[in-house]
Design a protein around this ligand. Structure first.
Ligand SMILES: CC(C)(COP(=O)(O)OP(=O)(O)OC[C@H]1O[C@@H](n2cnc3c(N)ncnc32)[C@H](O)[C@@H]1OP(=O)(O)O)[C@@H](O)C(=O)NCCC(=O)NCCS
Length: 317
């Protein structure tokens, strides 16, 4: 995450809000925000470098780069191509971005996993990276207290073992969800322009209550379905790492699927919602906190704009 921190106290000086409201409704105490000239690719490059180093590999070993983001620096080249250009990857590396909003990292893992399983590639770099601060309307208290910037990355390697990624699942409900979370791009419909009145049109607007209900329902469903498909039971799962949108969403998921809150990893307090970066940032924090060990079953699960959702079941190698 970039070094600059915006605390709730600082937000109190910017919009009509309070630390008490933000903490009680979201669990967020602070978020990291990139400087004006720092973009998603800058964060993605740093995360990529760290992941490759941690995997004791070098950029030439990577055959595929998938970046999940909804805040790419440019429409083209993709963030993945900018990463490819920065770290000495081979020219044979396939590199592209995907956008599934806050489910992006789950979708990206799912795609990369297919390339590894069908034998096309042996190693893939999957990055979730966002500068949400650049699409935030800092005068809209409904959204500006929620989001933050960051990037996380993993290296996936094909292996003939019984562990690693066991199952993935993903879905989308564009009919019900298409209007509940939006950031206009080239097209700004009258309806979207109206939501933003005379403000910056390319900023996030969200029906928070609607997304909240969706998040609890779909992430809970994804968790129980993937466990069932794998022939496992909830008690077999050591840790669930959900998209970090709001601590209350995570508490509601624990309640709905009836697990102790300790099985769900909470990381939102110091990061805010970093969209596609939130799951890899939380995964990294869980590894650092020694919450994941060899042979543990863990679940990554997300929900985001679209509405999109997905889950990944891993037996930690
Ligand atoms: C946004 C969210 C925190 C709002 O929490 P909530 O408990 O549903 O709050 P409500 O929307 O009912 O708003 C309650 C009141 O607080 C006000 N409010 C909103 N933001 C506020 C803020 N930052 N500070 C103070 N008051 C605020 C609202 O205007 C509303 O006032 P009103 O009743 O006078 O209209 C919550 O809906 C949420 O987290 N949704 C999911 C968001 C998300 O993370 N989405 C990303 C994709 S997963």
């Amino acid at each position: 995450m970039p070094p600059r921190i915006i605390t709730n106290a600082e937000l109190e000086t910017m919009v009509d809000t309070s630390d008490e409201w933000i903490v009680s409704r979201t669990g967020v105490h602070e978020r990291h925000v990139a400087d004006a000239m720092v973009f998603t690719s800058d964060l993605a490059i740093e995360a990529a470098r760290n992941a490759i180093e941690n995997a004791s590999m070098s950029p030439e070993d990577i055959e595929l780069i998938v970046v999940a983001t909804l805040t790419a620096d440019m429409h083209t080249p993709s963030v993945a191509c900018i990463v490819q250009s920065a770290l000495g990857f081979s020219k044979n590396t396939m590199a592209f971005d995907i956008n599934a909003a806050c489910s992006g990292f789950i979708y990206a893992i799912t795609i990369a996993n297919q390339f590894l399983q069908n034998g096309v590639y042996k190693t893939a770099l999957v990055i979730g990276a966002e500068t949400m601060s650049k699409v935030t309307d800092w005068e809209d208290r409904n959204t500006c207290v929620l989001f933050g910037d960051g990037a996380g990355a993993v290296v996936l390697k094909a292996a003939e073992t019984e562990d690693g990624i066991l199952l993935t699942s993903a879905g989308c409900d564009g009919i019900a969800g298409i209007k509940s979370l939006t950031i206009p791009g080239l097209k700004v419909s009258d309806e979207e322009a109206k939501k933003r009145e005379n403000r910056n049109l390319c900023t996030i607007r969200m029906d928070g209550g609607e997304v909240f209900k969706y998040a609890v329902r779909m992430m809970s469903e994804q968790i129980t379905t993937i466990i069932e498909k794998a022939g496992l039971k909830l008690e077999d799962v050591k840790l669930i790492i959900p998209h970090q949108a709001n601590a209350r969403i995570l508490e509601a998921i624990a309640h709905r699927i009836q697990v102790d809150k300790s099985v769900i990893f909470f990381n939102v307090s110091h990061s805010g919602n970093t969209s596609a970066a939130s799951v890899p940032l939380a995964l990294q924090a869980a590894v650092q906190a020694d919450r994941i060990h060899k042979d543990d079953y863990i679940i990554l699960v997300g929900l985001g704009g679209g509405i999109t959702w997905g889950a990944v079941l891993i037996k930690w190698a």
